[in-house]
Write a protein that binds this ligand. Structure first.
Ligand SMILES: *Cc1c(COP(=O)(O)O)cnc(C)c1O
Length: 447
């Protein structure tokens, strides 16, 4: 590198002295800002940036928060996207999290000044939402709910489960392995495609902790298949634990095959487990609902302490249950024609701004939340596939899905109030992409 250029590279401390960067250091942390400045000065050293632009460039490169997670606009059309953090919280839940983030009365009765039970507000909201539940409890996620049930009710004993319900949930997470890790023995009954009440009845005995029913939330079986409904399992003389997966508390008209907590309890399940961050649309948590005595046993088990949720989760869950409809169930209920109108308006705006775009029909999906057989007809804005990477790397990041050589931005999963931000993000991405690559139907070479 030439000597002259090196001598013109400003010193890190000099750049950090910039009033704007000093303010950012107070907000984001000095080490974080120093790291950004150091990387910016590398660019000056490499001749990519004139020295007098260093402070401005460092300022532009600062992250919005001191954490590395980015805000993402989910334009995938997958309502519950596990890689994008599952359910986005409602505005009410975000506000509740913010209020609870400081010191809060999570275990204090402000009226008397005495210690109070933890999480009463969230538990009361859950109990009110599902009146058929004699008891309710909340743990870190559905996997934790199953571990607690298996440990407290079946450790050293047997869990009777159908061979058709020994499922893998995702990313190598297998329910049977999780249950076996608690010291319970799995007693498999029936076959992959058919399991009858008689199969369960023959296996149930003095060693049975409970019969487990698992909803196959991420696959569907067709053809010569039969499973035994909870209604029939409930006539066996042991508790039935039902993992309903998605966290629907009541039946949903758009998801006729998705079980719900109220229905499962009415059918005779002793205990229902579910995730709170799928179709319920809340924070990551595991819900346990059912027989008052069973739930009390789980709450009192020593393991419960290791699985308990924090104040932020309690705040978000209560606001999810009590507040206005959260984004996931709201997205599920959106009508197709309204989405088409939004897609046409957005495509027209992009075209007017010189970015080729077209409104196209699109099928959204529930995703990790369940109902694999359900397609949700709506609309997307199709843009050049070459925009996928710049959109992902923009702020806000936008994630769509590639279909038939184009990038589809499905509007069912984008809150209506965010159409403006989405348009801005697409224009910014197009501005950073060679013009020839944004023409319709061109490929970015990743083919
Ligand atoms: C999603 C799911 C789980 C895992 O739930 P987490 O909350 O991610 O732990 C377990 N069982 C079923 C049926 C599911 O759908």
């Amino acid at each position: 590198m030439d000597r002259d250029r090196r001598s013109r590279v400003p010193r890190t401390d000099a750049v950090l002295g910039d009033a704007r960067l000093a303010a950012a250091a107070r907000e984001l942390g000095r080490d974080l800002v120093r790291g950004v400045v150091t990387r910016t000065l590398e660019r000056v050293r490499d001749g990519e940036l004139p020295p007098e632009r260093a402070a401005d460039a460092a300022l532009a490169a600062l992250p919005p928060t001191a954490a590395s997670l980015h805000a993402v606009l989910n334009a995938t059309g997958v309502l519950v996207h596990t890689n994008l953090g599952r359910a986005p919280l409602s505005a009410a839940a975000r506000a509740a999290v913010d209020a609870a983030a400081g010191c809060t009365d999570v275990e204090l009765d402000l009226a008397t000044g005495r210690r109070g039970p933890r999480g009463t507000g969230a538990l009361a909201a859950l109990a009110e939402a599902v009146p058929a539940a004699g008891g309710v409890h909340v743990v870190n996620n559905n996997a934790a709910a199953l571990v607690l049930a298996a440990t407290a009710l079946a450790r050293g004993r047997e869990i009777v489960v159908s061979r058709g319900e020994m499922v893998e949930i995702g990313d190598g997470f297998r329910l049977p392995d999780l249950l076996a890790s608690t010291g319970a023995r799995l007693r498999e009954v029936g076959t992959t495609n058919r399991t009858h009440r008689a199969d369960y009845a023959a296996a149930v005995g003095p060693d049975t902790g409970f019969v487990l029913k698992v909803h196959p939330s991420n696959f569907a079986t067709v053809g010569f298949v039969a499973d035994t409904p909870v209604r029939e399992l409930a006539t066996l003389d042991v508790p039935v634990v039902y993992d309903i997966g998605s966290g629907l508390l009541r039946p949903h008209p758009a998801l006729p095959r998705e079980p719900d907590a109220a229905g499962a309890l009415a059918d005779g399940a002793a205990l229902v487990t579910a995730s709170a961050d799928k179709l319920l649309g809340g924070p990551q948590a595991g819900l346990l609902l059912g027989d008052a005595d069973l739930v009390a046993r789980l709450r009192r088990h020593p393991l419960a302490r290791a699985l308990r949720v924090d104040k932020l989760t309690l705040a978000a869950l209560e606001a999810t249950l009590r507040g206005p409809e959260p984004p996931v169930p709201a997205a599920l209920g959106l009508a197709g024609p309204a989405l088409v109108a939004r897609a046409e308006a957005l495509a027209a705006r992009l075209c007017a701004a010189g970015v080729p775009a077209e409104a196209v029909p699109s099928q959204a999906r529930v995703g990790g939340g369940g109902a694999p057989e359900v397609e949700l007809p709506g609309a997307a804005v199709a843009v050049a596939r070459a925009l996928a990477a710049p959109l992902r790397n923009g702020r806000p990041a936008v994630v769509g899905r590639v279909h038939a050589g184009r990038l589809l931005l499905d509007l069912r999963t984008v809150p209506a109030g965010d159409d403006e931000r989405l348009a801005g993000a697409v224009r910014a991405a197009a501005a950073r992409t060679p013009r020839t690559a944004t023409a319709p139907d061109t490929d970015d070479g990743q083919g």
